[in-house]
Design a protein around this ligand. Structure first.
Ligand code: ADE
Ligand code: ZN
Length: 337
């Protein structure tokens, strides 16, 4: 019999959630409320139906539904609400810090929203949650590779025109075929010159070379997913040499069929290879998961135990972009727990 996952122990452990998408944190009830507010026909009449609708044949099918949710977000109040709601959920799971990836290219270039609407709302939600329960949070606007380089620069223009202390990095979202052949590097250069950090989704559905490209061409300091890195020892070596962590989300990888099942997920092999790994939930209600459940999956299916999972929780804090004094304070919590 396998040792049961010590859920309470891991709930109490300080941890950061550094790979979660603000728009992907919208649960079924909130989706229905947003649809009613905006006079949009929901994909199902009730929460059960929406939860069923949250299941995907493949990544394009996922993106279609994810962007449906994005299109329900039109007012600053919508962004405030979803940021605040998720931060309370994360707090209840023992998260002390959250970094929201935001699909800024989609909102500004596809929907035509002003970045100030997204920013004002998300910041208000972060401030409210911080006042009420002390949880810390930052924002990572990301580019959508399928919208192209020009759209990436236009997004960045908007982000850089209104830099806010909570906006700490530029990210790159879901893959499109051979995105590394397009020249997104100058956009990341501009972002870094303006003081932003760089992160990138890579090696999720695509090959290890995406990870290499993200590190070498974009200056990515963290890779979201990176599960394909193991396919190329040179890429593993690169991540080790540059001390670049992978923010891994097994629940997402199985839901989106990047990996066929939990038992064959490469997470334990990534740990064995010496890579720094953090756990995230990506788009939790869409994948019927949450942060604590990702730790459970690693325990029950990856065979990882107390020491490895505690190392990941620590890494989620030390690899976050929170201020050094905050990281040190949270890390001190490990001595006490
Ligand atoms: N955007 C939202 N969720 C994503 C995922 N799992 N992979 C890539 N981009 C995303
Ligand atoms: Zn992601």
């Amino acid at each position: 019999m396998t040792t049961p996952f010590p859920e309470d122990r891991f709930r109490c452990l300080p941890k950061a959630e550094i790979h979660v998408h603000l728009e992907g944190s919208v649960g079924a009830e909130t989706l229905l409320a947003l649809a009613a507010d905006h006079g949009v026909e929901p994909p199902a009449p009730d929460a059960r139906g929406v939860r069923r609708w949250y299941s995907f044949r493949d990544f394009p099918d996922f993106l279609e539904r994810y962007f449906f949710v994005c299109r329900l977000l039109g007012r600053a109040e919508d962004f405030r609400r979803i940021a605040y709601d998720y931060l309370l959920t994360a707090h209840a799971q023992g998260a002390v810090h959250v970094e929201f990836h935001i699909s800024s290219s989609y909102h500004t270039q596809e929907v035509g929203l002003d970045w100030s609407v997204v920013l004002e709302g998300a910041v208000a939600g972060c401030e409210q949650a911080e006042r009420e329960c002390g949880i810390s949070s930052l924002l990572i606007p990301d580019l959508s590779p399928h919208l192209g380089v020009a759209s990436g620069h236009a997004t960045l223009d908007a982000v850089l025109a209104q830099l806010h202390p909570r906006v700490v990095a530029l990210g790159m979202g879901g893959p499109s075929d051979a995105w590394w052949e397009e020249d997104f590097a100058p956009a990341f250069e501009r972002a870094r010159a303006a003081g932003l950090r760089a992160v990138c989704h890579a090696g999720e559905h695509g090959p290890a070379r995406e990870v290499q490209h993200a590190v070498e061409k974009f200056g990515a300091e963290r890779i979201q997913h990176g599960i394909a890195a193991l396919d190329d020892p040179r890429v593993v070596e690169l991540l080790l040499r540059e001390s670049i962590p992978c923010d891994v989300c097994p629940g997402s990888n199985v839901a989106l069929k990047a990996v066929s099942d939990f038992d064959s997920h490469p997470l334990p092999r990534m740990v064995e290879a010496g890579l720094t790994v953090t756990l995230g939930s990506d788009d939790p209600p869409l994948f019927h998961t949450d942060l604590l459940n990702e730790y459970r999956i690693a325990w029950e299916h990856g065979g990882l135990r107390e020491e490895a999972l505690t190392t990941m929780a620590r890494a989620s804090i030390s690899e976050s972009f929170a201020a050094e004094e905050d990281r040190e304070r949270w890390l001190a919590g490990f001595e006490e727990s």
